[in-house]
Design a protein around this ligand. Structure first.
Ligand code: ATP
Ligand code: MG
Length: 360
């Protein structure tokens, strides 16, 4: 009740498909948590930017939209993607149109197997998939550089140029080493493909080696991305913090989420580690039009997303309490279909709210 209670302004952008369903669940849970703990306050501003508004107005983000976003402490994002808008238009129109100007250069995806859920890996113990994948989020293979000539002709050619700058590699490496250093195992795996990609990824290796000098307590190992996929499946317990390029990180983190049980569980943080701009938090899954409107989307990915958001805002105690509540609900067997259960989004949300009330 005290007036000096910290207060955070959250922008919510539910966007497409199951985005509105899971964001609604996430906000319900956050409100219950703030209400019960009475240690912080949240207020939400909703932005209805989506593929529907794009189809009506020709733009995802209206004039001045980014400046409005910058005033918030954090952004909670649902999912973007619609069957009648090409994926590269929707992705660049909304998600990347926020990440890039707001300098959210670190994409962070934690994985773990929740109590009560199962990894598709045999003999996988709880804790074996306790990873953090850090993906370079500003350039690399997704720099958007390139072009097409002789479009539509049989002799058409195109280029898709990856950009690797010393500056961007160095800042993501520093962030990755700092993350690894804060975790008990202090182990960082640097993923590359510097045998085949002999320019950008050799620079990536060199910068990793240089930054490692400043973190003598962190153990570093280097993996080629192809070998990395097999190691994730066959020796998951040998990994902890992982850093990879934009493309490699994208692929490895989807694999990681599947190994942890479902892509409906895992969160993504798009961070500006300098904290000059708000960071953006979203579940890793997409808009999932095949289940949109059925009320069966797994909200756990969004619950873990809001946990990560609270952590970033400095509300670590509230964050760990909420994660514990979510894990308790999984353990009780209140699971959606993707996790082998038959609970609805609403039932899982209500079960988590009931756990939160017990904290009061
Ligand atoms: P995008 O192109 O935006 O990544 P997509 O439809 O290609 O979207 P996802 O949305 O990630 O891919 O969905 C892939 C599969 O996983 C779909 O069959 C979907 O039903 C399922 N899925 C995704 N998210 C969830 C969720 N939260 N709960 C249950 N199932 C999910
Ligand atoms: Mg997808």
């Amino acid at each position: 009740h005290s007036s000096d209670m910290p207060s955070y302004s959250i922008a919510s952008i539910p966007a497409d498909g199951i985005g509105p369903e899971v964001i609604d669940a996430g906000i319900t849970v956050l409100k219950a948590l703030a209400d019960t703990l009475e240690t912080f306050r949240l207020d939400f501003t909703h932005y209805d930017w989506s593929s529907d508004t794009y189809k009506k107005t020709g733009e995802y983000i209206p004039d001045g939209g980014l400046d409005r976003l910058k005033k918030h402490d954090a952004i909670l994002f649902g999912a973007v993607g619609s069957p009648d808008v090409p994926d590269h238009i929707s992705l660049w129109g909304l998600r990347l149109a926020i990440c890039q100007p707001l300098q959210q250069y670190a994409n962070v995806r934690p994985t773990k197997v929740f109590r009560g859920t199962q990894s598709p890996l045999r003999n996988c113990a709880v804790g074996d998939l306790d990873w953090v994948i850090i993906r370079e989020n500003s350039e690399g293979e997704y720099a958007g550089q390139g072009g097409r000539s002789h479009q539509g002709r049989p002799w058409e050619v195109s280029t898709e140029v990856a950009i690797f700058s010393r500056h961007a590699i160095e800042r993501i490496m520093r962030f990755a080493f700092e993350t690894a250093q804060q975790r008990p195992r202090k182990l960082l795996t640097v993923v590359t493909k510097s045998n085949a990609q002999r320019n950008g990824l050799v620079l990536w290796d060199e910068v990793a080696k240089a930054v490692a000098q400043d973190f003598p307590d962190v153990t570093v190992d280097k993996m080629l991305v192809d070998a990395m996929t097999t190691r994730m499946v066959l020796k998951p317990e040998s990994l902890d913090t992982i850093v990879a390029t934009n493309l490699h990180g994208d692929i490895l983190s989807d694999l990681a989420a599947a190994l942890a049980g479902s892509i409906g569980i895992a969160p993504t943080s798009n961070l500006d580690p300098t904290r000059q701009n708000p960071s953006m938090f979203e579940p890793i899954h997409g808009s999932a039009f095949d289940i949109t409107g059925l009320g069966i989307a797994n909200p756990v990915g969004t619950f873990w997303t809001v946990v990560e958001m609270l952590n970033w805002l400095g509300e670590k105690d509230a964050a760990s309490k909420l994660l514990e509540c979510v894990e308790n609900v999984c353990e009780q067997g209140v699971l959606t279909r993707d996790l082998g259960g038959n609970a609805t989004t609403k039932e899982v949300t209500e079960a988590v709210v009931a756990e939160i009330r017990k904290l009061g």
